[in-house]
Ligand binder design. Structure first.
Ligand code: FES
Ligand SMILES: [Fe+2]
Length: 347
């Protein structure tokens, strides 16, 4: 018989400091009046809203017989297990056991684990431990003169670090997204430098890009001369990026990206795109564009081995234009976020 230690059974065991970070688990619009199942770092979660609309996250395993609470329903400010009707409140304590003579005399052990849960930038975020850092501020997404569209989630069979890294990778644009994000005749990656401040990497790049296509007229690059995109990145460790795009005029776009670490070999990428132009354009145009881009990336990134970014710099070959990948690996290591052991599988 194997006795598991606390370390092995604690949520996020095997994930180093990643368990103390906020991660997206759902689009806020997808969590309505029914409980929603989610997975984070191998932990099955139920996400639900109380009568005031506040979101809550707890273990999706009823203490009684292990039933998924996400199959139940919400009544007022409590969630009802679908099997025997036990009630749990927002603090995840069981408050009522219908089978008892005194249903409200509930044993103290009748509770499940509750986790920090908040709503921001159109997403529901969960942290399985005490949050180490706050969520990024994106004032544009709160502005009345901007419009935001959610894309995804893009579920990939790889670790969140690979999906994140793909979002930072400049060298692949002409090869993986020719005509959409890159020009095969201009493969050289422009010079860029990375400044690491705490858990945030800052870097900018100005690079040529393919013009808008008739199929996907999503960008704001209508100026004379060759199309150029100015991109300013904030990479919030471990798996979140705020990218601000400009084309030299008033038009601006924000790409907000966060990858949900489901398991060591599974993740889901959420994209929220804000723009201060083309406000009347249907959201489907940008969603179809992102579906295309992420589809092109998926087959390449899912083929990468190992599935998780190797945080040891000696494990791969890095050249000068891989500056972001190098800075990412160094920062993840120095902040204790570089989990290289294999997390437990999804239950
Ligand atoms: S399994 Fe949840 S109440 Fe019995
Ligand atoms: Fe890509």
């Amino acid at each position: 018989m194997t006795i598991e230690s606390d370390k092995d059974t604690h949520p996020a065991a095997g994930w180093a400091g990643v368990g103390s970070c906020w991660h997206p688990v759902a689009f806020a619009a997808d969590v309505t009046d029914s409980p929603v199942p989610a997975t984070l770092l191998g932990e099955p979660l139920v996400v639900w809203r109380d009568s005031a609309g506040s979101a809550h996250a707890m273990t999706d395993v009823c203490i009684h017989r292990g039933t998924a609470l996400s199959l139940g329903c919400v009544v007022g400010d409590e969630i009802v297990c679908p099997y025997h009707g036990w009630l749990y409140d927002e603090a995840s304590a069981c408050t009522l056991i219908p089978q008892l003579d005194s249903p409200r005399r509930v044993p103290p052990k009748a509770r499940v684990s509750a986790f920090a849960c908040t709503e921001r930038h159109g997403l529901i975020w969960v942290c399985l431990a005490e949050p180490r850092w706050g969520l990024p501020e994106i004032p544009e997404l709160q502005s009345a003169s901007w419009r935001a569209v959610g894309c995804g989630p893009y579920a990939w069979a790889t670790d969140a670090s690979r999906q994140l890294e793909n979002f930072t990778d400049f060298g692949h644009f002409p090869w993986v997204h020719p005509g959409l994000l890159g020009d095969p005749d201009r493969p050289v990656v422009p010079r860029h430098e990375v400044r690491t401040q705490g858990h945030v990497l800052h870097y900018s790049i100005v690079r040529p890009e393919a013009p808008n296509t008739d199929d996907f007229p999503v960008f704001g690059n209508e100026q004379a001369g060759p199309p150029e995109r100015r991109s300013r990145y904030e990479l919030h460790l471990p798996y979140t990026i705020a990218l601000r795009l400009g084309w030299g005029g008033d038009r601006a776009m924000v790409y907000f990206f966060a990858s949900q670490p489901l398991a060591a070999d599974r993740c889901a990428g959420y994209v929220v795109i804000g723009r201060n132009y083309n406000l009347g354009q249907p959201g489907e145009v940008i969603q179809e564009f992102e579906d295309t881009i992420f589809g092109q990336d998926q087959r390449v990134v899912e083929s990468q081995r190992p599935e998780r970014v190797p945080f040891d710099l000696a494990a791969e070959l890095h050249l000068k234009f891989d500056a972001v990948a190098v800075a990412y690996r160094k920062a993840m290591r120095s902040l204790g976020l570089a989990a290289n052991d294999v997390p437990r599988p999804i239950k």
